[in-house]
Design a protein around this ligand. Structure first.
Ligand code: AMP
Length: 547
């Protein structure tokens, strides 16, 4: 057979780490401390990655072992991003906003052996560790190791003490590019959280896409304010894309309120930023109260939830271009990016493209499937569930017994996204609905079914349905339509107090309406379409409380 003459070469994270420390010593990771920036050059990050690998090897971490992080975006997290996959172990980024049950489930399901934790969130992790018998070591970064209380059997180390003085080189093992590198759980479906495992190859290819002109178009001249957490789909791939292209990353650590974020912007003057819409809503509101020039940012990529068109105009007014993007944990996450076709002169025509979720890159194939299973045309009108496939789209979920591709999420080798969309003849995707019964609030998911079950576990409730409703600040919030057994219990504060003890605070709904019956479908399920429509029409007497 006629053959290519090209060499073989494995695309690995170790190669990225070595490349970045040699070629971009001037690029930096800059972490906000609350008062100023704490810089580490890519050379220093590379040194520390090797030191961390040496330390973890001594603790007994072997190829394929899971090393979790429970951390904000900061220098030490970047060191873990580099060192853990490069040594052949698997970096498991734990979401800091999980409920205790979910966190314990995920740590056990992934079989995490070591957890690296920021001292500021160590007290939270301490609560989980009694339920995670397989964790052997916890490494506390950015503060005293005493911040963590661990049960007997778990060794606690200080990050700095553990790595200081160790060799700044490590013999990175030869790794096959399809081997696992990073894992991340998503609760973006109903049921237990599901693990997605990225390979060295998928991360490498995805990084090239992030930096390409149809992606985020980033390079060595950029300094990117990476607000999207490193525990949310690898901060949209920025830590690895940065190593590939010498991009300076500005990390906000735990300072995610509009005021400190604007302070970081003033200090670091980033050229680019990435975050969910809720963050930018907050920044926009703050800018009204305290004007500040943020036009040093040529662009901010916004995704994770739909960008309101008004937000694009507001930021245009600040000289900052918002670029809308779509993605999922399962898709690494890019996804679509909305870059209007070249040469459109009419600004309103261009605006119509900018509000869409955008075009798919060449490596991601997409199709729309209607309820009856037929594929829908790309005519900008026919809607269907979006299905995607490609080299950085997961083909299954992680299970200790081998990957599982359940029928509910995969369809003939395509990932069912649970998003309903249209696609224009020139490839611009617009999300119009969602099939998954989930609420995305401030970038985090709430399972409406689980919340509903908790609401109904209260003996004062006869029945209750939870749906997502639009919210200016958080994109979406849960709304409860409830039937109480005794009229005296139609009391929002009482109902909220019950929930506050059972779900994370940010999940407790503010908006409630008490009715005599929840609308149902012909088969007796809550009719959420009708509830949403009636809510929008103002059919319910909504009581709101935040106390
Ligand atoms: P996650 O896996 O948590 O990143 O969530 C992925 C989901 O967030 C997608 O399947 C969508 O439902 C939603 N999402 C992400 N980006 C957008 C966007 N630009 N517009 C609307 N929904 C989005």
């Amino acid at each position: 057979m006629f053959q290519s003459t090209m060499m073989e070469g494995e695309l690995t994270i170790a190669a990225l780490v070595e490349y970045s420390r040699r070629v971009f010593p001037e690029a930096r990771i800059r972490t906000w401390t609350g008062e100023g920036l704490r810089d580490a050059s890519f050379s220093e990050i590379g040194d520390k990655a090797a030191q961390l690998a040496n330390a973890l090897a001594e603790l007994g971490v072997e190829r394929g072992d899971r090393v979790a992080t429970f951390m904000w975006n900061n220098n030490e997290h970047q060191v873990a991003y580099a060192g853990v996959p490069a040594m052949g172990a698997v970096l498991h980024t734990l979401n800091l906003r999980l409920s205790p049950e979910q966190a314990v489930y995920i740590i056990n399901h992934a079989n995490d052996k070591v957890i690296i934790v920021d001292a500021s969130v160590a007290p939270l992790l301490s609560k989980y560790l009694t339920g995670t018998p397989d964790v052997e070591h916890v490494v506390v970064a950015n503060g005293p190791k005493e911040a963590l209380t661990a049960p007997e059997g778990i060794a606690v180390h200080s990050f700095d003490e553990l790595i200081d003085g160790r060799p700044t080189t490590y013999e990175w093992p030869e790794i096959a590019e399809r081997d696992p590198a990073v894992m991340c759980y998503t609760s973006g479906t109903t049921g237990d959280p599901k693990g997605v495992v990225y390979s060295h190859r998928s991360i490498w290819l995805h990084s090239m896409q992030v930096n390409s002109s149809s992606g985020m178009a980033l390079g060595n001249a950029d300094s990117v304010l990476a607000i999207v957490p490193m525990f949310h789909v690898m901060s949209w791939g920025l830590p690895f894309a940065a190593m590939m292209a010498g991009i300076t990353l500005v990390m906000p650590d735990r300072f995610l309120q509009p005021e400190p974020l604007l302070q970081v912007m003033a200090e670091a003057r980033p050229t680019f930023a990435a975050a969910v819409p809720t963050i930018w809503q907050g920044v926009a509101a703050r800018l009204e109260a305290a004007p500040q020039d943020i036009s040093h940012m040529r662009e901010v990529v916004v995704g994770g939830a739909a960008v309101p068109p008004s937000m694009i105009r507001t930021f245009d007014g600040h000289g900052v271009r918002i670029t809308h993007a779509w993605g999922m944990t399962e898709t690494s996450p890019l996804g679509t990016v909305s870059r209007p076709p070249f040469g459109i002169e009419d600004p309103e025509k261009e605006f119509a493209y900018r509000v869409t979720q955008g075009r798919f890159p060449a490596s991601v194939q997409a199709r729309l499937i209607a309820d009856d299973g037929t594929e829908q045309p790309w005519d900008g009108e026919s809607a269907g569930e979006l299905e995607v496939r490609g080299p950085w789209i997961t083909g299954a979920y992680y299970s200790p017994d081998g990957p599982v591709s359940e029928e509910a999420k995969f369809h003939d080798g395509w990932l069912r996204t649970g998003d309903v969309a249209t696609i224009s003849p020139d490839g611009f995707m617009t999300i119009v609905d969602r099939t998954k019964d989930m609420i995305k609030t401030g970038g985090e998911w709430i399972s409406s079914v689980e919340l509903e079950n908790t609401v109904m576990a209260n003996p004062t409730i006869a029945e209750a349905a939870v749906v997502g409703v639009p919210d200016e600040k958080w994109d979406e919030r849960p709304f409860v339509l409830a039937v109480v057994k005794d009229a005296a219990d139609a009391d929002v504060d009482k109902q909220r107090a019950y929930l506050a003890e059972r779900v994370p605070r940010w999940q407790v709904p503010e908006r409630w309406a008490f009715v005599t019956e929840v609308p149902k479908t012909s088969v007796g399920k809550f009719d959420k379409k009708v509830i949403r429509a009636q809510y929008a029409d103002g059919a319910y007497e909504v009581v709101e409380s935040r106390s």
